[in-house]
Design a binder for this molecule. Structure first.
Ligand code: UD1
Length: 349
């Protein structure tokens, strides 16, 4: 990857961001974290330090503030090889209540980031997209990257808009981007110093289930049991968060292999490339199966009730992993055994 050794991570103190930061630091990169702490905790910085024995540079700033961001790039751009962009609001229901909020954050944040990157000649980005952009109701799983996409809410729309924005940047600027479409990251770093720790009541299944197991929440509401699946509850692809973090590293290696450094000028160019990759595992499970897993490993009752469908849910959401294997040479490594161990450690914290 040449001389540049810095990786800038937006929302690098969040759930996936902080786990990804440890992977890059342990591989010898200097990590710069930009986070506004709106859904993360500064204590994650301490945890990253304990895990890696290194202190990432941390800037508390909101990506909507162009000039703050510009100051960070003024300082570091010469050494930044890559930006990994996680910052995004992600609750479907909230995006329906307030579409403007989602455009104002997800799109505006990304626009500012790309503008600053462009100004300072930082031209490689990995974008955290989502597997929810597939037209799941009309496709046969597993979905491939070339399959039709569809959006039914502002949150998903922002993901697709950003993917298209990146595609256009690559087409018309000297720029490279990979959008990783992943499914449901779960569990935690093996040290258990980092884990999913949202500031608000979680809306995703796993953090919610774990809070029920810890008796912090009374019961789980299962969003309907009459879907066209074996036990009637929805099936999802759950992936260990460290496998998602590793996937970012594989994507970075792919981009770094395309870098060409012009020693005589400041130019630091990469072959323009735009790729979308599903990040996937073989361990799909239904909601009831996840309840059983958590029940078994924690040895705790998981009270639940069946309630109405949640808007936007589809019966089955699974993706085809072939492209990531071929292009990025990556596969998910953590097995259900690792999941079980992680859940047990988390519950006994
Ligand atoms: C959800 C979002 C998706 C977002 C992703 C990551 C929707 C429709 N989809 O995906 O846009 O990118 O999270 O943040 O909101 N479940 C329950 N009870 C709960 C929580 C979840 O039964 O309290 C069920 C859901 O119906 C679903 C499964 O558990 O079948 C997984 O839900 P979740 O963890 O929210 O992930 P996704 O629905 O895949």
């Amino acid at each position: 990857m040449g001389q540049r050794k810095k990786i800038l991570i937006t929302w690098g103190l969040g759930y996936i961001g902080s786990h990804t930061a440890t992977v890059f630091i342990e591989a010898g990169y200097d990590v710069i974290i930009v986070d506004n702490l709106s859904n993360s905790h500064e204590s994650s910085l301490e945890a990253i330090k304990k895990i890696t024995w290194k202190t990432p540079k941390f800037y508390e700033l909101d990506l909507r503030n162009y000039w703050d961001l510009d100051t960070v790039f003024e300082k570091h751009a010469k050494d930044i090889a890559l930006v990994i962009h996680f910052a995004a609001k992600k609750a479907v229901w909230e995006s329906c209540q307030d579409p403007f909020l989602y455009y104002d954050h997800n799109i505006f944040w990304t626009m500012n980031l790309l503008k600053v990157m462009n100004k300072h000649w930082v031209n490689q980005i990995i974008f955290s997209s989502s597997a929810t952009v597939y037209d799941a109701e009309n496709l046969l799983p597993p979905f491939s990257e070339t399959d039709k996409t569809k959006t039914t809410n502002p949150y998903w729309t922002t993901k697709l808009v950003i993917e298209n924005l990146l595609r256009d940047m690559v087409m018309h600027k000297w720029f490279s981007a990979i959008a990783l479409r992943y499914f449901n990251p779960i569990w935690a770093h093996s040290s258990h110093l980092l884990w999913e720790n949202p500031k608000w009541v979680p809306t995703n299944l796993l953090p919610f289930l774990l809070k029920v197991a810890k008796w912090e929440i009374e019961k789980l509401s299962i969003f309907w049991n009459d879907y066209d699946t074996e036990d009637g509850t929805c099936i999802r692809d759950y992936i260990h968060v460290m496998d998602v973090a590793d996937a970012h590293f594989s994507a970075a290696k792919y981009l770094f292999d395309r870098i060409e450094i012009n020693e005589t000028s400041e130019a630091y160019k990469a072959d323009p490339t735009f790729e979308i990759c599903n990040i996937w595992t073989w361990y799909w499970k239904s909601v009831l199966e996840m309840v059983d897993i958590v029940k078994t490993v924690t040895d705790k009752e998981i009270p639940y009730e069946i309630v109405e469908r949640r808007a936007g849910d589809v019966a089955v959401s699974l993706a085809n992993p072939i492209k990531a294997k071929q292009l990025l040479d990556r596969e998910s490594k953590r097995t259900v055994v690792q999941w079980v161990e992680d859940a047990r450690l988390y519950i006994n914290k």
